[in-house]
Structures are given as C-alpha cells and as structure tokens.
Design a protein around this ligand. Structure first.
Ligand SMILES: [Ca+2]
Ligand SMILES: [Ca+2]
Length: 377
C-alpha cells in the first residue's frame, strides 16, 4: 500500500532526525484515546503515549494515526489487538455478558475478512457450513474472503485476543440486493465447533427487546477488534425507502450499525433466536435491520439445495407434564422434570415442564407439575 509505505519511510526519516535533536515525548499525555486514530498528537494515557512515541515519534509530533493506534495495541495492551469496546457502550464487549444465553450465542458469529482486512460480520445460519451476511458485503465478489470465529477477548475489561478459527469462503450461494442478504458456503464444518444460530421468522414488532452480536469497527475507524454486544429494541417497522430495502420491510433498531457490523445477527432477547440482520446506519448510532420474516422464505430453498440444515425456533405448544413424552403423566415424569430443571432436558422436555412459560424449568413450575400429576392422563 503506497500510503503505508510512505508513512513508514517518513517515520524512519523523522525518527533519525528527531532523536538527534529533542525529546520525542513532548506531547504525552495528549488528549485523544491511545488505541485508535485520534486526530491529535499524542494520546491520553501518559505511559502508553511515551512507549509508542519512543518507537514512533510521528505519533507525538504530527498526529496519532491508525498506525499509532495499532502500535499502542501491541505494546500497551499486550498485543491483544486492542481488546476494547467497539463503540464504547457499557456492555459493548460480549465478554461482559459471560455466562448468559446471550453469551452462548456469540459462538456462531464470525467476522468476514477480505484479503486479510476487516470487512463485515457473518453468522452460521445452517449446518454444516452456511453463513448469512449482507448482500452489500459481497457486492464486489467473494475473492479473498475468509470468516474467522472466536475473534474475541478474554475478559470484559479487555484482556488478550483468543485463538481464532478461520474458514475460507468457497461459494456465494445467493444474494439479494433488495433485502440485503447473502448466503455463503464455507470450507469445512464450522458448525461442528461453533454451532448454528436458531432463527425465528416471526415478523418483529415495535418495542420487541433485542440484542446484537457484531464485529463493528470503532467510530474512530480502527479495526473491529472485539466481538461486540449491544441491547436495544425495535423502534419502527416496515420503513419505506430506508437504505434502499425493497420491499419496504426494514425495521429501525436502537442498536449500532457502524461499519463492520453489516450482516450481524439481531436476536430476540426472550427467545434468543435471530429475528433480523443488521443492514445500515451511521457510525455507532441507531440503525436499520432487515427482518428474517422476509429473508427466510427466500433463503430456505437455497440452504436446502446446498445441503444445509436450519435451526428454526418453535414456541412451546404448552406444558402438559408428560415430560418423557410417553402419553401419560405419572411418576416416571418426575425425574425428567428434575433433569429439565437442572438444565439437562431437551427442548421438548423443557416445553412439557415449563408451566410458567418463561422458557425454563424451575421452582415456579412445581405447582403446575403437581396438579398435572394429580389430574393428568
Ligand atoms: Ca410421561
Ligand atoms: Ca418455568
């Protein structure tokens, strides 16, 4: 890249001239953040600023540019690649929701690289190896594309980068500019390791609670160097003309839609199923998404033809107490009820025991289970 080459050359020249004349660290601390391009000389962490400028005086003399941010990530933050929140939200790093169903849903979410550069977000929509992203992410073709899973940090406050698992993008199965979705087939079997996101093709409604798992780039233009997490709601539905979605099915969401987040799955906060994909919006501001209720009917035959298997959310038909599904409600169901309460029941078993309809089996379901045992078939 010519600009980078010239910049590297200028660093050498400046460094040679500068060390001979004056203190390279005169701008420490500066006013901007250290991890990203900040438009000013120096950065606001004095220790980090001194370290970086001792290696690259350009960062203090002229401007803290993207290379300075990358250097800061390497030498101030343990080579983590900068495990910092993408947009500065309180829970912007998915590690901050460790131990929740939301956290589990990070696994099938990967970032798309194009010729090694950060590009978009993709997620496993069907086993063994089909991912969904935005059409605009593949409008220039899939040449040089890979999808990396586990591009995550080790702790909520940052920590180090985890070991990534990379797959080549082999085939563009379909793309649809109107609904801004595309299906890609990867090499190998990423679903075996990273799982499949469950999809819910029910049309979103205003106020529906959501969360998004994404690889958004930072507002300052750095790499999307964290797996991001954000919470929000559906704010509007069926918006005519927004970001050229056709037919007008886009939904407004108070979730980020900055560069890099394109194609991210947006989950319903109660069912933990994907209901929409991130589509467009301003840097780190509320954006627009396309609901899976419009996409799934078109995607399903393509996925089937490519040998893929979807995981589709099915709401519980209602608790019966026949947890072992043998047609009777009796003592044999008690152990299955306990198993479901301990978290080792199947989806069907949880449905049969979840009298409170809260999606899990617990103490609140005991009265219903006792009633079923006393009255059931
Ligand atoms: Ca039974
Ligand atoms: Ca329950």
């Amino acid at each position: 890249m010519p600009a980078r080459f010239l910049r590297t050359l200028s660093v050498l020249v400046i460094a040679t001239a500068f060390f001979a004349t004056t203190d390279a660290r005169g701008q420490c601390p500066g006013s901007g953040i250290c991890l990203f391009e900040n438009g000013t000389p120096g950065c606001n962490d004095a220790a980090c600023c001194n370290l970086v400028c001792s290696q690259d005086p350009f960062c203090c003399n002229t401007e803290w540019d993207d290379l300075c941010g990358q250097l800061a990530a390497q030498i101030c933050f343990g080579g983590s690649g900068g495990c910092e929140p993408g947009c500065g939200g309180a829970k912007d790093n998915v590690e901050c929701v460790f131990g929740t169903p939301q956290y589990d849903n990070r696994r099938p979410v990967g970032r798309i690289l194009r010729f090694g550069g950060e590009w978009c977000t993709a997620w496993i929509v069907a086993s063994p190896n089909i991912v969904m992203t935005n059409q605009h992410c593949v409008a220039g073709g899939i040449q040089g594309m890979t999808v990396e899973f586990n591009y995550e940090c080790t702790s909520c406050g940052g920590g180090n980068a985890k070991q990534v698992d990379s797959f080549n993008v082999n085939t563009l199965l379909t793309s649809n500019a109107g609904l801004d979705f595309a299906l890609l087939q990867l090499s190998g079997n990423p679903a075996a390791t990273w799982g499949v996101a469950t999809v819910d093709p029910t049309p979103p409604i205003i106020g529906q609670p959501l969360y998004e798992i994404h690889h958004a780039a930072n507002a300052a233009g750095s790499n999307g160097n964290v797996k991001g997490y954000g919470e929000g709601n559906v704010t509007t539905v069926n918006i005519p003309g927004d970001c050229n979605v056709s037919p007008p099915v886009a939904i407004g969401v108070d979730l980020i839609a900055t560069g890099g987040a394109s194609g991210s799955p947006i989950f319903d906060a109660n069912t933990h199923s994907v209901v929409a994909i991130c589509h467009c919006g301003p840097d780190c501001g509320p954006g627009f998404a396309v609901p899976l209720s419009s996409i799934i009917p078109l995607a399903t035959p393509v996925i089937t033809n490519a040998g893929g298997t979807l995981s589709i959310f099915t709401p519980c038909p209602g608790a019966t107490g026949d947890v072992n599904d043998d047609g009777n409600v009796d003592g044999k169901d008690i152990q299955f009820f306990v198993n479901a309460a301990l978290g080792s029941g199947s989806t069907d078993e949880v449905c049969a025991a979840d009298f409170s309809s809260n999606g899990s089996v617990g103490i609140e379901d005991v009265p219903g289970m006792i009633t079923a045992l006393m009255t059931g078939p």
